[in-house]
Design a protein around this ligand. Structure first.
Ligand SMILES: Cc1ncc(COP(=O)(O)O)c(C=O)c1O
Length: 397
């Protein structure tokens, strides 16, 4: 046996390593598991788990576009015309007319000069942070920005400062003390549903000569002029880089980074997630184009969503359920204790309603919550029935 092999006799097997790690997580109540969902082919918000039917109040398909006939047709046609797969890296031959068209559609919708497509929002955020920053930089991020931003920043080596969530005074203090080169925020926060004060943050960035980077994952399709996201909100907002993800209101998969032509040229040459990965499916690019068109041409989708959000808020008010003040599709109910949150979600399931029980480390300690999402596909009857059951459970609790 070689020396190296000899040394390795003390190495635990892969099996024993993962079993130990799983046990550790399980003991802390943090072992995550999947459920297999059997989708209802007729109704977007209905599915079965273990033969029991549920109405889904946890989907990010806020406008129901993942089942829209136009989007599905565009996916079919895109697959027929250009194929299902990306076939190679965009830097080889994986960048084609379907991708270029989606980039143009997104630029027109947001007002940015150029765009770059990624296979997921996680990789877009991660790539942007890692390619843009290095260990000479200090960056300032809202306390609640997404894991993909934090991971990318950590990998970049930049010094990370966090300001209190949506708190301008806190951001200002950090600017004065640390002179960060960039400020990072979400437009609509994924676990809270509240909206960042983007006009004010933009003014701060201008004052301190810093770049504003906005993750618009839960904003595009929902906020702004015609629902076209953060850059179209009222006010004087200059966003240097905006991330639009396709897996939420657009009902698809993938993401884009939008910004100046020079930023996109830089990312093409430096973003490893872009360079060393198969291009986004061209069929998906066509589907996302159709989804953006639907947002522009069918304002009734957003109106229906807003009506359903209002219906939910009103029903909660009638039943004395405390909400957070969010006006978007994400409506958290803060429970605090993780075990209690899980127990409430379990009881909701017993009544046929599926809601995410979000616990630390996804949210901060002591702020476990039900993350309720409302979509344009819900009907008033389902929303009222859900709130009635929720009120009973919260009262008994
Ligand atoms: C705020 C935010 N940014 C980025 C992402 C990642 O997007 P994707 O699901 O496309 O990887 C998510 C998804 O959970 C998110 O909530």
């Amino acid at each position: 046996m070689s020396d190296a092999a000899d040394r390795n006799t003390t190495q635990p097997s892969l099996q024993s390593r993962v079993i130990d790690k799983n046990r550790e997580l399980d003991n802390k109540g943090l072992l995550r598991k999947r459920v297999k969902v059997i989708l209802d082919t007729e109704h977007a918000n209905c599915f079965e788990v273990d033969d029991l039917p549920y109405i889904n109040f946890s989907s990010n398909d806020y406008l129901g576009l993942s089942r829209s006939a136009n989007v599905i047709d565009a996916l079919h046609k895109g697959a027929q015309d250009y194929g299902v797969g990306g076939t190679s890296s965009p830097l080889v031959t994986g960048y084609n007319q379907a991708h270029q068209q989606l980039e143009q559609v997104l630029c027109q919708a947001t007002g940015h000069e150029a765009a770059l497509l990624f296979c997921s929002g996680f990789s877009a955020n991660n790539a942007l942070m890692k390619s843009l920053f290095n260990d000479n930089d200090t960056v300032l991020a809202d306390k609640l920005v997404h894991a993909s931003v934090i991971d990318g920043l950590q990998e970049s080596g930049a010094v990370i400062k966090r300001f209190l969530h949506n708190d301008l005074a806190s951001a200002n203090t950090h600017f004065e003390r640390h002179a960060p080169c960039a400020l990072l925020t979400e437009s609509v926060f994924s676990m809270d549903g509240d909206i960042a004060p983007l006009a004010e943050l933009s003014a701060l960035c201008r004052q301190y000569n810093a770049w504003l980077i906005v993750d618009d994952a839960h904003g595009f399709g929902i906020i702004g002029d015609k629902g076209l996201g953060a850059s179209t909100l009222a006010g004087d907002i200059h966003i240097d880089a905006q991330i639009v993800t396709f897996g939420k209101a657009l009902g698809g998969q993938g993401a884009a980074i939008l910004g100046s032509r020079e930023l996109i040229d830089y990312l093409v040459a430096n973003a490893r997630h872009y360079i060393y990965s198969t291009a986004l499916s061209p069929a998906m690019a066509c589907a996302v184009c159709a989804a953006v068109e639907a947002i522009i041409e069918r304002p009734s989708l957003n109106e229906q969503l807003q009506q359903n959000i209002d219906c939910f808020i009103e029903a909660c008010k009638t039943k004395d359920i405390t909400l957070t003040g969010s006006t978007t599709a994400i409506q958290p109910i803060i429970i605090g204790d993780s075990a209690r949150t899980l127990a409430i979600a379990k009881r909701l399931k017993e009544h046929g309603f599926w809601v995410g029980a979000i616990r630390p480390p996804t949210v901060t300690q002591g702020s476990a919550r039900l993350r309720i999402t409302i979509t344009a596909e819900h009907c008033a009857e389902d929303i009222n029935a859900f709130v009635a059951v929720l009120a009973d459970i919260l009262q008994d609790d």
